[in-house]
Every structure is written in C-alpha cells, then in structure tokens.
Design a protein around this ligand. Structure first.
Ligand code: ADP
Ligand code: MG
Length: 555
C-alpha cells in the first residue's frame, strides 16, 4: 500500500454523545456555561462601544435574565450583549469547538483589557444538550444592518436556521427541558445553581418564573416586587485591600459562607505579577463542641465559580480555612472543573502558603495579644500546616505557642529559657486536665510548669517537632518522670527497693493474668500523693498509634 497522509476528521454524530455524557461531570454546569456566554457577549459589546466600533448610545442597563416556564418546560437565557449575525451563528455555533471567545481575544488582545472574557474552549454552549431535547437561539447582532437569526437543533446532527423575529440587540437561548433536565423545572434548584456558579459574575443576573401566579395582598391587589439580582457584580475580593473596611470583610464572609459567626481575621490576596490572583482567606472560629476545622475554599476563574477545595491549587492544610480565590490564569481543561497538571498551580499554591505564613508572623509581631487570643482556634490549623508543608514549618516554627497550665502562652524558645536547664530540654505536657490532675499537682509541687496539648493534632505534632529538633523531648506528665522527681539526697536502699519491686510485680501479674509484665518502682517524692501509675512515653505513644490504626493495644 502506498503511503498516505491526511487529517483526522471528527464526525459530530460521534462527538455529541461524548459531550453529553463525559465532558461535564455535573449536569448543572450548563447554567454556568450559558450565563458566562451571556456575560461574555455583554463584555464584547461594551468593549466595541468603548473602541467606537459599536454605538450603544446611552444604554447602560446590561443584564442577563433567566426565565423559567414550568407549563412549557422551557428555560430561557436572555442577554443584551453583542448578538450574532447569521454568519456568526454558522461559524461559532455550527462548528463545534470553534471558540469565538478565543478568536475575539486574539483579535482584541492588544486593544486593552479583555481579560474578563470567560469562554475558552468552544464547547460550553453544547452543554445545553445535557438537559435539553431541543435548543433554540434567537439573536440580533449589534451591527446596524444585521438581520435577526433563529437557529434550532434537537441534539442530533441537523440544525435549522432561518430569519428570526428578535427586534432588540442580544441573544435569547431557549432550552426545551427533556427528561434529563426535569430537575431544573424547580425554582429552588435553579436559584441555588445560579448562586453556586454565578455569585460574582460581572453583570446582574435576574431570575423569573414566567407562569408564576401573581402575588396578591389581602385586598387582592397584585404585589409588584422589585427584581433583585442574584449575584454581586463587583465582589469585595476584587477591590483594593486599602479600600475595604473590616465591616465589609465580615459581611462578605457571612454572605459567602453562610456562617453567622464572625471570622477571626483574614488575608486579602491581591497579586498582578507574575500571575493574576485575587481573593480573601478567612480564619474561622472553631465550632464549639467540635475538635475539627471544616473549611471551604471556593475557586473562581474570572468571577466564574470553578469548584470547591481543589487540592492542586490550594495546599491541603489551607482547606481548613474559608475563602475565595480567583485566578484568571488557571490552566483549566475543557470541563473547567479539572486542572491541567501544570507547574503553574504549584506556584500559586506556594504563593498562598507564603502569604498565610507572612500574615501569621506579622500578627504575632504586631499584635501578640490578639494572636494569643486566637491561638485556641488557629493552633490546629498551624500545626496541621507544619505537619504537611516543610516550607510552612520553617516560616512559622518560631511563632508556635505553648499554653502552660497556668494559662501563660510561651514560644518554645521562651519556655526553654525559663525551664530548659532544669528540665534538660524535656517539655512536660498534659493531654487531659481532669484525668491527669493528680500528676499536675505533683508537677506543681516540684515547680514544673507543664503545657497543655489536648487537641487530636497534638500527638503527631509533637512527634514531628521531636524529629525536627534532636534535643527536644516531650513527656506527658504521667510518663516516666523519675528523672524529674529524683531526689539526689535520698538514695533508696537498693535491697529494699528490689523486694518492693518484686512484690508489686506479683500483684500486677496476678491482676493482669500475665507472666511477662515488667514493673518498675520509682521513688516518688511527694507529700500529697501516695502512689501513682506511670507508663513510659514511648510505650504509650506506640499504643495510641496502634489503637488509631485498629491494631489493638500492646500488652
Ligand atoms: P466559548 O464560550 O468557549 O467560546 P461556547 O460554546 O460557550 O464556547 O460558545 C461558542 C461561541 O458562540 C462563543 O464564543 C460566542 O461567539 C457564541 N455565543 C454563544 N453564546 C452567545 C451569546 N449569548 N451571545 C453572543 N454570542 C454567543
Ligand atoms: Mg462559553
């Protein structure tokens, strides 16, 4: 056979089912795609207007309307954007994956700021077929001599195009909702989906139910409600940090995260170079009664919601915070919920980590009082970060606080300065104030200031610190504390001690019904305490670890 060359062709019969089934994991994404197309269309016409290439006169009321008609089972997306001529419909709609946004960006890239344009992949429009059996487009271009166009397609490979009836500039997309789209006949579902994806989109989005029964007052008069946009067109995070007040930050937090509690503090991220990133990260209060922090970081791309808690961009430990991050340069793939694996995301992630560490350090330096006050809420987060990210550890190790049983907050350095010599760099800690009360009293008698480490993050945290700092050793107050209690003046008589040990060991052997148990008696120096059980730190930690992994305790 002779050598042949050619280009692969894509048949739309094959690609349609793929788009419908696989491209978008979530059905509700068509809402994001159609509304973002509408916003793009407005941005484009505004841009042309400001370049003198379109004449919009005094018109400023740009908006997107979503209209549900339950009787007809239709959902409309209406904008007063750029519109399309018949040529454009052929080019941008009939040729699947020929993205008009990309072409527009190329053509106008050098003529100012068109970054706001959301589309990139030329497939968004077709996501409508995930829920619709038939899709119609009625559009009228801004061009003075343009004719209105009507386009219709039932999800097969044929479309119909004819002269349309639209008389005002813009586009109306009508979805005839099919079996797959019946969820979207619910006002509630629609509203919450619009809020999920479009909360910060740049033009007001209104939602209406066309066949809703009119609301009437007691006398039967129709109540006309002022339409209210579902979104916030210029969200706080896009503003300059110096122009935002504390009240605004708190308000934005409450609204975005539906959290009635106030955040502790926040970090406003605002970066233009070497990449564009804006956002606000909030440190939430720990929920009372819960040990764990439960955060949520919402990722946006040019004011369009992409997804929650994306691990590629946000370091895992930062997911304990609450925040919004908008990065227009994100290397998103076609489905937009997935990121392309790219060194760029690592840079974003490092930048965010650094900003968080910087903020914590500056708070520690400039407002130690607040830092201490917040410590109870933020320490699990900081410790988790230390465990997860060595760079973060290096940046914050000096500001980790240890709370003593007397309620003082000391850094490791300060603690060692105070007690290091006496304790030989051993740090005594309490993990349960009630259970270990007896031991605490004894510590106090000996003038030792134990620290409180009672969060579930603390056991792995202290092991980590020990692995980083060779000479530091953490010991729970009920571990082998003989070193500390040893009274050099009084050397117990060896013979008596041996006998006592044997006797006590026998008691334990009988009680535990075990032959192989090792008991060691320590000479306790305390006036109030007659005797206590202690266990070596290593032994206990090992047991705890085994328990955690479901392996049962050691004998
Ligand atoms: P993308 O947005 O990635 O370009 P889409 O499939 O979402 O791809 O849309 C394809 C093209 O169709 C757009 O680039 C645009 O040129 C055109 N288009 C879609 N919706 C509208 C609309 N509401 N108004 C004007 N043009 C539109
Ligand atoms: Mg699009």
């Amino acid at each position: 056979m002779s050598k042949e060359k050619g280009s692969l062709s894509i048949h739309s019969e094959n690609i349609f089912p793929i788009i419908k089934k696989w491209l978008y994991s979530d059905h509700d994404i068509f809402i994001r795609e159609l509304i973002s197309n509408a916003c793009d269309a407005i941005t484009k016409v505004k841009r042309l207007n400001s370049l003198g290439e379109a004449d919009l006169g005094e018109e400023t009321a740009f908006q997107v309307k979503v209209v549900l008609n339950k009787t007809d089972k239709t959902l409309k997306f209406i904008d007063n954007g750029i519109g399309m001529t018949d040529e454009e419909v052929k080019k941008y709609i009939n040729q699947i994956a020929f993205s008009g946004a990309e072409e527009f960006l190329k053509a106008y890239k050098d003529k100012g700021d068109v970054e706001q344009i959301i589309g990139h992949f030329g497939l968004g429009f077709y996501s409508a077929f995930m829920v619709a059996s038939t899709v119609e487009i009625d559009t009228l271009s801004f061009k003075p001599d343009a004719n209105a166009v009507k386009w219709q397609c039932d999800g097969g490979t044929e479309f119909e195009m004819e002269e349309g009836t639209r008389t005002t500039r813009g586009t109306e997309i009508t979805l005839h909702l099919g079996e797959d789209g019946k969820d979207f006949l619910s006002e509630y579902t629609l509203k919450t989906t619009i809020e999920k994806y479009c909360s910060f989109m740049p033009y007001p989005i209104y939602f209406e139910v066309a066949d809703a029964e009119a609301k009437k007052d007691e006398e039967g008069n129709i109540i006309v409600e002022e339409p209210k946009a579902l979104n916030e067109v210029s969200p706080l995070y896009l503003k300059q940090p110096s122009c935002c007040t504390d009240e605004e930050y708190k308000e934005f937090y409450k609204k975005t995260f539906r959290d009635f509690q106030e955040p502790l503090f926040w970090i406003h991220l605002n970066m233009d170079y070497p990449f564009n990133l804006k956002g606000i990260l909030y440190f939430p209060k720990l929920k009372t009664g819960f040990d764990t922090m439960e955060g949520s970081i919402k990722l946006y791309n040019s004011q369009v919601f992409v997804a929650d808690n994306i691990k590629e961009v946000i370091p895992e430990f930062l997911l304990l915070l609450k925040g919004v991050i908008d990065c227009p340069d994100l290397p998103l793939n076609v489905s937009r919920s997935f990121l392309q694996n790219d060194g760029f995301t690592k840079k974003i992630s490092d930048y965010i980590t650094k900003k968080v560490a910087d903020k914590l350090n500056s708070l520690f330096k400039t407002d130690r009082e607040s830092f201490q006050k917040f410590w109870g809420d933020i320490n699990p987060f900081i410790k988790y970060g230390i465990l997860r990210d060595d760079k973060f550890y290096q940046k914050v190790e000096g500001i980790v606080l240890y709370k003593t049983i007397d309620g003082e907050y000391l850094t490791m350095e300060a603690y060692l300065e105070k007690h290091g010599e006496k304790l030989d760099k051993q740090i005594y800690y309490v993990s349960d104030l009630q259970q270990q009360a007896q031991y605490i009293n004894m510590m106090k008698e000996h003038g030792v200031e134990a620290i409180v480490l009672d969060h579930m993050i603390d056991p792995p945290f202290i092991s980590h610190i020990e692995s980083k700092k060779d000479d530091i050793k953490f010991k729970r107050v009920d571990s082998k504390i003989a070193d500390l209690m040893k009274d050099l003046e009084e050397n117990a008589d060896e013979e008596t001690s041996k006998k006592q040990t044997e006797a006590v060991t026998n008691v334990f052997k009988k009680a535990l019904k075990k032959e192989d148990c090792t008991i060691q008696l320590e000479n306790l120096k305390s006036e109030d305490v007659a005797g206590m059980l202690i266990q070596s730190e290593e032994n206990r930690r090992m047991q705890e670890m085994m328990k955690q992994y479901g392996m049962g305790g050691l004998n």
